[in-house]
Design a binder for this molecule. Sequence first.
Ligand code: GLV
Ligand code: MN
Ligand code: MN
Length: 409
Amino acid sequence: MEAKVERLQRDIEALAQFTATPGAGVTRFSFTPEDRAAREYIKAEMARAGLTVREDAAGTVIGRREGEVPGPVVMVGSHFDSVKHGGPFDGTAGVVAALEIARVLQEHNVKTRYPIEFIAMIEEEGGRFGGGLFGSRAMAGKVSREELLRNKDAQGISTAEAMAAFGFPPENIKAAERRPEDLKAFFELHIEQGPVLEAAGIDVGVVETIVGIVEYEVEIGGRPDHAGTTPMTMRADALVAASRVVQAVERLAREAGGGAVGTVGRLEVAPGAANIVPGRVRFTVDFRAKDGRTLADLVAGLKTALHEACQGELTFTLTEKLSVPPVVLPEAIRALLVREAEARGISTKVMLSGAGHDAMVMAGLTDVGLIFVPSRGGRSHCPEEWTDYAALKKGVDVLLGTILQIAEG
Ligand code: GLV
Ligand code: MN
Ligand code: MN
């Protein structure tokens, strides 16, 4: 049994049309008209593949194919939201892989012992509300009602308000939870988003470890003053303080070594005028590392840097938006993926994932397998993001064969 390249291409091209920024990459935030259009496409394709379609309380789309017994269920999928001005493959490739696997199983009239659920997760990127991994965290019972009220988009709309307006009552969020005993495994295909596979000429990456991630929102409060009349010694300049912290984030990650990374990706200055001393600065900090100890040290270093930068009248607040520990994925599942690839003449490489994935949250609930397909030039989170369809098909075939084995045994 094999995936069909033309159908993968058709799905990727169709979903790429659902963007808020036509001509400037894919921007598909959650609970927006683009989300609605993509979700309707996914639901229609799932139904066409014979799946029973529903949406969970968080807004994740789930298509189910029954087995001979009612459970536990094998899950396969990824996310269908995107970053701002992202590409057509991040997340979408794994959703399209799931759709295609459903079609192939239908075409061959396959009957499995265990049911299979085909998953299109929501708000993995946190592009709209920050944090991210929303669909999987909801399944793991890790989204609180307080978070739904606290996390707001750039217009000040809370996750709760956006969900309610879109048709998902936020007070029901706990209904999205899944019990570990009801799950057999979760599989995700994703683009690599880095240059390793392409450079090595390898078809498929089998992920061993996913780095841990912490994300914070920092706000530094100073005092807005006249830029011409306030002496340099009498200012409480929030941006100058913030710039020291930005430097510290970069230095801390460099000094930590072991592949640790630290990024300030968004920074807003208020009031934001050439002739006003900055009174308030808000920015994000994203740290990633493959061991929990390093991550904890980075966070401690950030706090020290904030205390040092914010003296006198300067104040700060630090709000945690996301904290997920590093995970090592089960050896037995990795071995199964590698064997399936070998049987199909597809080359593999064991890899580290520096990007976050729903798979890392699902790993707290069940056995997880995560595979990568090559990204051209290693580019991702940009409109140039690309994976050849024939390369995508190889990953889908490995997943298809592996899922069939798990759904039988
Ligand atoms: C998702 O792409 C992430 O790694 O932040
Ligand atoms: Mn991404
Ligand atoms: Mn992704």
